[in-house]
Write a protein that binds this ligand. Structure first.
Ligand code: GLC
Length: 742
């Protein structure tokens, strides 16, 4: 077949002109083909050749062999009638071959720049395999650690998730989308997926519009504002209408209110699943529901391919709608420069796992680890004073497990494990002894516990490496009990030798309920799943080469029964306090069955979490003083400057994440008791004092009010600055409207 020359001046015209010109030449079948993404699963070319030649495929997912990808592109460009290149999609969630900390760990850095840098590195490695579209960032607000996908989220807060999601998009898409190392990003899963009942993946979500708009939608708006190329619909049923067929989400919010002009892709086979939800009776009806709602491309399932033409011929779908959808798909392809450079030459891209990428992975891991507890300052350990060290546990030397979930392409051979890094760092001066003690994190066998106990007894200090294997979090991997799995708690009790420091380094894809081991541990470093360079970062933190600086992006419950528990909760009409709570063990059996004086708490858990959002200790000692407001009141439309003095009273230089929270005391709908509105990572040397200033324009105080729409309501506000959400350094201000002034 003579391949039509790509119209060379197509390169110089505007994107829309080029798209319009191309669309005008397409048959209906070719248009529908662009809306079809098929699964390759590394099965080579032959099973796709014919469909690509006939223009029935617009995108391929899960092919990462660069030669195969180039051949797929060659068939599309040189053997199909119009030569339209393919979108090559892959879940590049937190790295590619070099793996960065899981997104929940990256969130604990509270550092948009390192998140951007990590995504940039991932884009370079993925692009070298021919990938030009990733299905990330996942920006579902996650308040339920039972949910396996909390691991790939940025946690419970909309402001933090918005900032980090936008940073990840910038990282993936680069400075210019046509760059050979730029890949299109995809904000997912639109929307409300994280509210799945009981933290069970794919379960229904019931979210009042006010909550949806104030909590779950803002990160997606931030993603659209950051120029994300695509949005993925969620599997989940939102208030009775699954997201993949939800016109309110896909048309009213995304298109009409936000003016998003990128492409919307379904989740995996989520179009056909509409029938399983019970929304439609068959694939044809599902295709109609999804295309009518605004899903441009179907990920796998092929209901579009088999039914859209028929629906158009029956007059139930207008071809002008298809034209608009195909235009959005073509616009992404043109914007990526695929018509100019459809093929990948890995030699034009940075080497996989190069020094810069490994350094980014190390820095990200270093900043992601949260020091939860450090009694008697047992950390950092000193290799000068230490003569012997016991290292115990299933995750001390687990190169694959430390990578975490969603690592289809991660190369565990690149991993630096904690055991190896510690031995490299101090092995010459300290006698390091290692007992795995448990085959896996879930093992129920204690036959190695005595040996573990013995090396603990004989060593100056013990470090336990505990947590969850990678497979225990991620999609469809939810847990109803989020204690340390297996017999790990028994192992802790077995080796916790009185009088000697017992430190735990915990790797997990979620907050775990640590109440049953907390008192046996002098210090806890929470490393999430820290990725390829996790071991090197952990060793540097254990021995004080660097101070921990991570802060929790999600609340840690005492027990699973407290869930959902998160910092920015509503006050209720009966807020709890130490004075109004009663402990289940002390309540008098004859206590009056009255609600008088009772408040919102659990008899067996109280009302406070184990660790709060924003918590994270340091080897330095940060003191916050002198909260100052530029003015006690500001007018609507003005900006309030809030500053506080931060001093490092410690003996080491360290980073601190300074956080700024507000509370809107009165609203037309009730407002959270605290809301993160800004944050900044700063580094201070010992004795250094710095004034940290935040700017609060009144539009940052906006929320979706009772009357619908975004409002800033005049009235009284509190503002806090500190190193945790429970900071008590507080100021007060008023927002006034011009009429108030008069
Ligand atoms: C999965 C996930 C989605 C992912 C897609 C492709 O089921 O829900 O996040 O991007 O399928 O792997």
């Amino acid at each position: 077949m003579n391949k039509p020359r790509i119209d060379q001046d197509i390169v110089t015209r505007s994107v829309d002109q080029r798209v319009g010109e191309l669309l005008g030449r397409m048959t209906l079948a070719e248009k529908i083909g662009q809306m079809n993404q098929v699964h390759s699963d590394g099965a080579g070319v032959d099973h796709l050749r014919g469909s690509i030649q006939s223009g029935r495929i617009g995108s391929v997912i899960n092919e990462v062999d660069v030669e195969t990808v180039n051949e797929l592109q060659r068939i599309a460009v040189e053997e199909s009638r119009l030569g339209i290149p393919l979108l090559i999609g892959r879940d590049v969630i937190h790295g590619f071959k070099t793996v960065m900390p899981i997104p929940l760990g990256q969130a604990a850095t509270w550092n948009p720049e390192i998140v951007r840098e990590a995504a940039r590195a991932a884009a370079c490695e993925a692009a070298a395999s021919g990938v030009n579209w990733t299905f990330a960032p996942m920006i579902d607000i996650s308040r339920d650690p039972r949910w396996g996908r909390i691991a790939e989220s940025f946690g419970e807060d909309a402001h933090l998730t918005s900032a980090l999601g936008a940073a990840m998009i910038r990282g993936f898409q680069g400075d210019k989308l046509t760059g050979r190392d730029s890949i299109a990003a995809c904000a997912k899963h639109f929307a409300g997926y994280g509210a799945c009942e009981s933290g069970r993946d794919y379960a229904a979500t019931n979210i009042p519009e006010n909550e949806l708009r104030n909590v779950y939608l803002p990160p997606f708006k931030a993603a659209v504002d950051a120029g994300v190329c695509s949005v993925m619909t969620s599997f989940s049923d939102l208030d009775g209408v699954p997201a993949t067929a939800n016109e309110f989400l896909l048309q009213q919010v995304l298109r009409d209110e936000w003016d998003f002009d990128g492409l919307v892709v379904s989740d995996w086979d989520s179009v056909r699943q509409l029938a399983i939800h019970g929304l439609t009776e068959n694939d044809k009806a599902s295709a109609l529901a999804a295309v009518t709602a605004g899903v441009d491309m179907e990920m796998v399932g092929e209901s579009y391919l088999h039914h859209l033409a028929e629906l158009i011929n029956e007059g139930r779908v207008d071809e002008s709608m298809i034209d608009a959808m195909v235009s959005r798909i073509l616009r992404v392809k043109v914007s990526l420069g695929l018509f100019e450079h459809p093929y990948t030459d890995p030699s034009t891209l940075p080497a996989i796992a190069n020094a810069d990428v490994m350094e980014t992975a190390r820095k990200a891991a270093l900043q992601s680890v949260v020091l939860l507890k450090n009694d008697q300052q047992v950390l950092p350990l000193s290799s000068q004073q230490l003569k012997s060290l016991a290292i115990i546990g299933p995750l001390a030397d687990a190169p694959y497990e430390q990578l975490g979930t969603w690592v289809f392409d991660g190369d565990e051979r690149l991993s630096v494990t904690p055991l190896r890094a510690i031995c490299d760092l101090i092995g010459e001066s300290v006698n390091v002894r290692y007992v795995r003690a448990m085959k896996t994190s879930r093992s129920r066998a204690s036959d190695e516990f005595d040996e573990a106990q013995q090396i603990a007894l004989e060593s100056d200090a013990t470090i336990l490496f505990l947590g969850e294997e990678s497979i225990l979090s991620g999609e469809a991997h939810c847990r109803a009990d989020i204690d340390l799995p297996g017999d790990q708690a028994d192992l802790v009790r077995h080796v916790a030798v009185p009088g000697k420091p017992v430190i735990a380094v915990i790797m997990a894809g979620r907050p775990l309920t640590l109440t049953n081991v907390l008192d046996h541990l002098d210090a806890i470093l929470y490393a999430w799943h820290p990725g390829t360079m996790g071991g090197a970062a952990i060793a540097d933190l254990l021995f004080g080469v660097e101070s921990p600086s991570g802060k929790l992006p999600v609340t840690f419950p005492k027990m699973v029964g407290q869930i959902p528990i998160y910092y920015n909760q509503k006050n209720t009409g009966k807020p709890p306090s130490p004075e109004t709570t009663v402990n289940i063990d002390s309540i008098d059996a004859r206590a009056p069955q009255t609600s008088f004086g009772m408040t919102a708490f659990h008899l067996d858990a109280g009302y406070e979490p184990l660790f709060v959002f924003g918590h994270g200790l340091s080897y330095a000692e940060f003191e916050y003083r002198k909260l100052q407001l530029e003015s006690p009141q500001i007018q609507l439309g003005d900006t309030l400057r809030v500053s506080a003095e931060l001093t490092n009273r410690g003996e080491v230089a360290a980073d601190e994440v300074v956080q700024c929270y507000i509370r809107d005391l009165i609203g037309s709908v009730t407002r959270p008791v605290k809301e993160l509105k800004d944050f900044r990572r700063v580094r201070l040397v010992p004795g250094e004092t710095r004034e940290v200033t935040f700017e609060l324009p009144t539009d940052k105080l906006a929320f979706h009010g009772r009357g619908g729409g975004s409002v800033v309501e005049p009235g009284a506000f509190h503002v806090w600055v500190g190193g945790t959400s429970e900071t008590e350094l507080r100021g007060e201000f008023r927002v006034i409207s011009p009429t108030d002034e008069a």
